[in-house]
Design a protein. Structure first.
Length: 250
């Protein structure tokens, strides 16, 4: 495939992944295989993907703020607990062999699909409600999710949604608002580790980031306008897309 077509493909994958990541999760299950298909080793693909994640979440946070759906103080409190785990996860990830990384990625993608298929529907509170319920388990959950996010990122959106939704019982629109802020914060030190260890392809990373930014911006607007029903539809589409990519690479 000509190089310019690779960049176009990655840009389009970035738009799709950014949109899916805001509304559901699993966008990296599209972009990581694309980066690996383009010839990057696992650690470099993992690091390059973080450039897109950082820019995407920055634009998503800005878009949620413009839609007047935000609670930065609360989001930051959650995000702080992800930092130790994210740093540790990234440091371990850069030491994995390429073969082991691909095997772990494949298993995680299978796990994500199975988890979403067997999830149960529950009634959620009003979209603008931040009350939910207090549950201190959310903080150790953030530490563990931070480690996973720093390690591989794929599907971390599902984990954050499950934690916020099931532990705190807040509406999925506000869950997504907290989710993108948390990912933005912990991606900063994780990306720095990949940069320091030389596991970044800047050309592909910037191209992916441009697509992620567009998808993340419009994804946040779509989440607020469409509400929970639309988010659940997007989640279903994300599962189908992940399954298709999984069958293609195995």
């Amino acid at each position: 495939m000509p190089e310019y077509l690779q960049y176009i493909l990655l840009f389009l994958a970035g738009i799709t992944a950014g949109f899916i990541n805001v509304n559901a999760g699993g966008g990296s299950s599209l972009t990581l295989p694309v980066l690996i298909f383009m010839g990057l080793e696992g650690a470099v693909a993992n690091g390059t993907n973080r450039i897109g994640i950082l820019i995407q979440t920055l634009f998503s946070v800005s878009s949620f703020r413009k839609e007047k759906v935000h609670n930065f103080k609360k989001s930051l409190r959650f995000a702080i607990f992800t930092l130790p785990g994210a740093i540790a996860g990234a440091m371990i990830s850069v030491r994995l062999t390429d073969t082991l990384f691909r095997q772990i990625l494949g298993l995680i993608m299978i796990g994500i699909v199975l988890t979403m298929i067997f999830s149960h529907k529950k009634k959620t509170p009003d979209m603008l409600s931040e009350s939910g319920r207090k549950n201190w388990w959310i903080y150790p959950a953030m530490v563990g999710i931070g480690f996973y996010g720093g390690f591989i990122q794929v599907g971390v959106g599902f984990l954050l949604m499950a934690a916020f939704y099931h532990l705190l019982r807040i509406h999925l629109v506000r869950v997504n608002m907290h989710k993108v802020f948390v990912v933005f914060i912990y991606t900063l030190p994780a990306l720095l580790i990949f940069v320091i260890t030389g596991n970044i392809h800047w050309g592909l990373g910037i191209t992916l980031a441009a697509g992620n930014a567009i998808g993340g911006w419009w994804g946040a607007k779509f989440a607020v306008k469409g509400g929970e029903k639309v988010i659940k539809i997007i989640m279903g589409i994300a599962i189908v897309v992940m399954a298709a990519r999984l069958l293609h690479f195995f």
